[in-house]
Design a protein around this ligand. Sequence first.
Ligand code: SKM
Length: 497
Amino acid sequence: MLCLTLTGSTLEEDRALVVKNRKWISLAELRLDYLNPEEQEEAAVFPNMVDIPVILTLRRVSDGGRCTLGEKQRLQLLYNTAKGDFAYVDIEEDIKKCDLKFKESGTEIKVDLESSLRMRNIKIIRSYHDFEKVPADIYGHISKLAAKGDIPKIAVTPKSMIDVISLFRVQQELQGIKDKIIIGMGDFGIPTRILYKKCGSMLTFCTDSSEKVPAPGQLSAQTMSELYRSDKLDDRTHIYGIIGNPVYHTSSPLIHNPGFLAIHYNAVYVPFLVDSVRAFFKLAEMLQIHGFSVTVPHKRDVQPYLGRITREVKQIGACNTVTRIQNMWKGTNTDYYGFLAPIAEEVSKGTIHSALVIGAGGASRAVIWALHNHGVKVTVINRSLDHAKSIASETMSSYDSLENCSRYSGKVDLVVQTTSVGMTPNDTEDPVPALRFLGNELVYELIYHPRETVFLKRAIAAGCTVVQGRDMLMEQGKLQFEAFTGYHYPHWIHPEL
Ligand code: SKM
């Protein structure tokens, strides 16, 4: 189930959010702490304003919410509002058992919030938050929260791939607890949201838009439902993904997920922020991941874990595609042909004799080898001369330092930019401001966010023919799709990258 967290300041705004997102969600969470004080008083009517089960939550500041009321007042407001037709009420694990006293019709009455909810068959979600870490003994913690028959909810913050593994293990460790909510917050936690069912979570939370994100790492309902189809995944779904650090700039999910859907393949492609390649391979075994793309900085680091590699990977020394073949990981490199595809005509006609390649990382190695193998004379320029020197000597190319870039203005047929300088959010940067374009060079940028980097804009302004990063991304992605599925990429799909 996808649950939309409602962040409106009025009940009417919240109702409109439900209506707008209705086709993607099966539940909504009314965040009383986001409402204006006068609206809070009226909120008991909210479940009758929408056609969906509603969770009632009044989150304290210490748990990432906005409620600044004293504890007794907060629980009184929760009690009063919970008189409405809510399906669930979220109560933090550490609230003191608290007898509330009110005057109702002139008489003082004493109530216990929890028993009153139980009496009315409203399910209690017993929640625990940690914005810093995944606490030790997370499994014991969840069991304790579940002890009274309530639904345990843990929203914790993984800070490494090892933490992510511990959240995915919840299902294995606590199979006996059927209804539970497991949320990994923050960047590392995003796969635990997309693959919430693999963590044994009965639901996950999503937001209306990326502008108002009530908890770190929440994705929009539309992205969760249409791109990742999170609520439709089942035990038979094959998992694919991309590993990198950073990784959330990637547009690869926009290539592979619609492709899987188009060929009716029950599979999902998920971005994984990876700090340790070794830990990721553990997770890959655990989740039976079928294949994954590899981006910066892991293209070299994955190699010790591969049982088989192709000739390109061996030659280039970098791998961007890993597939599982007969219980073994196989590494291929689709950057090589993905890079060549948009300039295939020029390369085959032999009109490119010389190229300047900026950068000497994993992507650059594929580019240099592809050009070298097609008879192009390459010069590599890079900040670190050591890296430039080693790839240059392997491919009998020349190398130079980045500071000397102006020497090459107008001297080569092709300029390829392979560094991450100029990528969003640093999109005002230019890796080679002193390199001038004369207009007759072909200029190839590997960055695809933004679509036109400062470097590429300069080339366009000078009249150069240009190749954009998304052209290469698409071409290498199509080849990856073939490696993953054994099918050609469906020709009728044209993702907006
Ligand atoms: O080699 C590719 C990788 O397969 C996908 C990717 C991306 O999604 O940003 C970038 C390149 O490293």
